[in-house]
Write a protein that binds this ligand. Structure first.
Ligand SMILES: [Zn+2]
Ligand SMILES: [Zn+2]
Length: 384
């Protein structure tokens, strides 16, 4: 490895150093030999897929020599992981969930979104005004670059805690089998290590997602019955009560229990009858449910970012989260080295990493590798 290479691509060398020095961070999956791996290269197009490793050592050696920009591993187990998909022989897949900050549609996001013009590459700083066109070339196509703010982080943490609660109380999954990871950018990944979920097909996982997202709860299940031939209703509480799962959530929200038939009848009347209550309940359960990416969970052939590897959208690592509340991705997952790297900023930019504010308004700056990498990976700076 010559010094020339280091100077030419500080991000890649920071990644290489990480895989070399922090190999203990890599968390290989169980049954490693039955997994399909894939990775992306810096500057390369497309993903190398259908790879397989027999041991963790073999995997780490590849990370150090290839220095991928992103590393993925199948949640599925296959008899023949390197063969084409139809011939792999699917043996089951771990249950996974993805919470992505961008799916939360928080109102703060536009106030800290940079815009990168898709035709000329000009980057503009966040502003109060709605972004419409590039003020250099006039193109209206742009890519949004988001540096999550405190509220975004709190938002995805809240969502993660809600999912955690659902998995333990509603699905009865043992806390020890729920592995939570910071995605390395702006969200959380949940890996469930419970063999009983492995055989589930895509449809069963989709039903699970529907349940967690609060889709399709029947008004009847909380005791509302439609009166025949009208939009009126009457109350007949389920025999099993309102103590568990969605029934409990809705009952808590409406502040009812099985002795409050009168109160519930009045609530339905006030809202405007059976149909109006039905759509109100739909809205309520969507709000109380978890915002997860349904595709990630239902795709049983997916390769998913591997724990312990770096995310090229940020230079942060996908790391295990032991306590969601106290977790700070900008510190706990910021694991690159601190050798000085010179960068040219495309726009004034700021981020707080490892407890330190990097508020760069000058055009060039010399920053520790982890901060330089963050800005470069975000597309807000170039190495010089
Ligand atoms: Zn432009
Ligand atoms: Zn925000």
């Amino acid at each position: 490895m010559s010094n020339g290479i280091i100077a030419a691509d500080p991000v890649r060398s920071a990644f290489r150093e990480y895989y070399f020095k922090r190999a203990e961070m890599i968390e290989p999956p169980s049954d490693i030999e039955k997994r399909e791996f894939g990775y992306m290269q810096f500057g390369g197009r497309g993903m190398a897929r259908h790879l397989s490793f027999r041991t963790t050592g073999e995997l780490i050696a590849t990370l150090i020599t290839q220095v991928p920009s992103d590393v993925y591993c199948s949640n599925a187990l296959y008899r023949f992981p390197t063969l084409p998909m139809q011939e792999k022989q699917w043996l089951g897949a771990d249950l996974i969930f993805d919470i992505d900050g961008k799916d939360l549609h928080l109102p703060c996001v536009s106030s800290h979104s940079y815009h990168c013009c898709a035709s000329c590459g000009h980057v503009s700083a966040p502003s109060e005004d709605e972004y419409s066109v590039c003020n250099v070339c006039g193109s209206n196509k742009d890519e949004r670059i988001v540096i999550p703010c405190g509220k975004c982080i709190e938002g995805s943490k809240r969502e993660a805690m809600r999912l955690h609660e659902f998995l333990m109380t509603d699905l009865g999954i043992d806390k020890l089998n729920i592995h939570i990871y910071f995605s390395g950018n702006n969200g959380f990944h949940f890996h469930i290590q419970d063999d009983s979920y492995r055989p589930l097909d895509s449809q069963a996982r989709s039903d699970l997602v529907g349940y967690l997202m609060g889709i399709g709860l029947l008004v009847e299940s909380i005791g509302i019955r439609k009166s025949p031939g009208s939009d009126n209703s009457f109350v007949k509480f389920p025999k099993s009560g309102l103590q568990a799962g969605w029934r409990r959530r809705v009952a808590d929200k409406l502040r009812i229990d099985t002795t409050s038939a009168m109160r519930l009848t009045n609530i339905v009347k006030e809202i405007g009858g059976y149909s109006a209550f039905k759509s109100e309940l739909e809205k309520m359960t969507r709000e109380l449910g978890v915002r997860i990416d349904p595709q990630v969970t239902t795709d049983i052939h997916r390769v998913f970012r591997m724990p312990g590897t770096l995310n090229s959208k940020s230079g942060l690592a996908k790391v295990k989260v032991r306590d969601i509340e106290s977790f700070d991705g900008f510190s706990d997952a910021c694991l690159l080295g601190d050798a000085k790297v010179k960068v040219k900023l495309k726009v004034p930019a700021k981020v707080r990493l490892r407890g330190e504010n990097y508020n760069i308004s000058k055009e060039t700056a010399e920053l520790p590798a982890y901060a330089a990498t963050y800005f470069i990976c975000k597309g807000l700076a170039l190495a010089i």
